[in-house]
Design a protein around this ligand. Structure first.
Ligand code: NAP
Length: 277
């Protein structure tokens, strides 16, 4: 496993996404992933699966302290007391004494970020939260959060995949010692049949999914958290540290964000996007 080192955290570059995976299936996925070598699991209060994720960690052969566990406070709970209360609930559901990373899931227009971060800092100081960060923050919002925070923020978790340009945010994070955690790294499935990713993958005997994840984890400061349920997908997504993309391949995938097809994909309504290009 490779890691992103931030001011305080050592974050495995590959994590397991768990959104829309709940109940016994989620428990089994988490247990299998840890047994396959994953050491980073991403959940959230809003995913309705913290208990299942905690069960998966408890049932695996891997010690709790070897797992980097992230949860997120939902946007309706970002007030001071709500953060303290809901994180106590998260710890109980997860069945753990601490989480490795606590994120504010989405910025809230009416709750000052300083108020949220004060509560998160209190949890950090009491030891139940090892690191603090944000999610879905723009560059401007991230700057504001960092200047309001009394402790270093270690990550911003945002949408990032071959059809989404995050170069400004990525450069800012890398320059300031934060991890950029890429969610929906497979573009929620859209990247799985991408011609360019498939063609590049053929050179290395890898799938389009593996090229998409490799493209992310090969960038400085970037962590990817693909969601997978089956053992086959879990294994495939983890097998991305035994090959490297050339500079030219990295650039060709990056340039996809500027193509007409991708700009249309990003701007047309979802229904129209289903029409094959
Ligand atoms: P994703 O990881 O881009 O795509 C997941 C989809 O790809 C699933 O349908 C999965 O199917 C399939 N898949 C995975 N590996 C595959 C492979 N090797 N071959 C073929 N298909 C494969 O989508 P995501 O769930 O939106 O994002 C990942 C994680 O990011 C989430 O689970 C969550 O933890 C996090 N997230 C965070 C936010 C936020 O606001 N902070 C928002 C969205 C997501 P199977 O399940 O059948 O394997």
């Amino acid at each position: 496993m490779e890691y992103v080192e931030t001011d305080g955290a050592r974050i495995p570059k590959l994590g397991l996404g768990t959104w829309q995976n709940t109940g016994p299936e989620c428990t089994e996925t988490v247990r299998t992933a840890l047994d396959l070598g994953y050491r980073h699991v991403d959940t959230a209060q809003a995913y309705d699966n913290e208990e299942a994720v905690g069960d998966g960690i408890a049932r695996s052969e891997v010690d709790r302290d070897e797992v980097f566990l992230t949860t997120k406070v939902w946007r309706s709970s970002l007030g001071y007391e709500d953060v303290l209360d809901t994180v106590r609930g998260s710890l109980e559901r997860l069945g753990v004494e601490y989480v490795d990373l606590l994120l504010a899931h989405w910025p809230h227009p009416r709750v000052p970020v300083a108020e949220t971060l004060d509560a998160m800092t209190e949890l950090y100081e009491s030891g139940v939260v090892k690191n603090v960060g944000v999610s879905n923050y723009t560059l401007t919002q991230l700057r504001e959060a960092r200047s309001a925070a009394e402790i270093p923020l270690v990550a911003n978790q945002v949408l990032y995949h071959p059809y989404k340009d995050q170069s400004r945010l990525r450069e800012y994070c890398a320059a300031n010692g934060l991890a950029l955690v890429a969610y929906s790294p497979l573009a929620r499935g859209d990247a799985l049949t991408d011609d360019l990713l498939e063609r590049i993958g053929d050179r290395y005997d890898k799938t389009a999914a593996q090229v998409a994840v490799r493209w992310l984890v090969q960038q400085e400061g970037v962590v990817a958290i693909p969601k997978a349920s089956s053992r086959a997908h879990l294994e495939q997504n983890a097998a991305v540290f035994d090959f490297s993309l050339t500079d030219d391949e990295m650039a060709r995938v990056r340039d996809r964000t500027g193509s007409l097809e991708v700009r249309l994909r990003n701007h047309l309504p979802a229904l129209v996007r289903r029409v094959p290009f």
